[in-house]
Design a protein around this ligand. Structure first.
Ligand SMILES: [Zn+2]
Length: 67
């Protein structure tokens, strides 16, 4: 199983281990989705293009919300 699911339509990166209903990943068209294990590839998409991490499944990658 790949670590990341990239949605090239919405420009969102999901973490497959934590994917949930809210991600609506089943709505991603096959032509628009991409599975990868490469953190470098994902980081490059975020840094060099306008991709963002999905807030529903990437809690592990982002700092916890301020509370
Ligand atoms: Zn997600």
């Amino acid at each position: 199983m790949s670590r990341f699911l990239v949605d090239h339509n919405m420009l969102v990166i999901h973490q497959t281990a934590y994917i949930c209903q809210s991600c609506q990943h089943h709505l991603i068209l096959i032509d628009h989705r991409d599975f990868t294990n490469s953190e470098e590839k994902v980081e490059a998409l975020v840094n060099d293009q306008e991709y963002t991490y999905c807030p529903n499944c990437t809690q592990k990658l982002t700092p916890p919300p301020f509370h």
